[in-house]
Write a new protein. Sequence first.
Length: 123
Amino acid sequence: MLSKFEELVRKPDATEALAWLKEAKSPDDRTITGGDGKGWRGARAISVVQELYDLGAVCVTAVQISGRIEQASNQDTSTLIIELPRDSPKRARLFKWAAKFARKNGWDPEPDWGQLHLLIWRD
């Protein structure tokens, strides 16, 4: 049985985040934003996803992308799913990044209890 995260990354409105962002013809064509319309666009979005890879993410998937199935030029998501490595130092770096992001948004950080995926939500 697949986890909820595994189901999300296999849906047709999901794809690897870095490639998805880089395929944009203009910086505003691919965005990672929340309900307030603020978020990561263009080079900033690419930088954030690249940072997650540099910290040790196995894969970063953009899920629930509006406009993806329709192949719209403008596509947006508020959700990234990070496939976590087994390596403890890499996991620790990713959880530290996620904790800082969570606190900045007024949320409690997710602890590392051995899960395979970590959710980054911009809403």
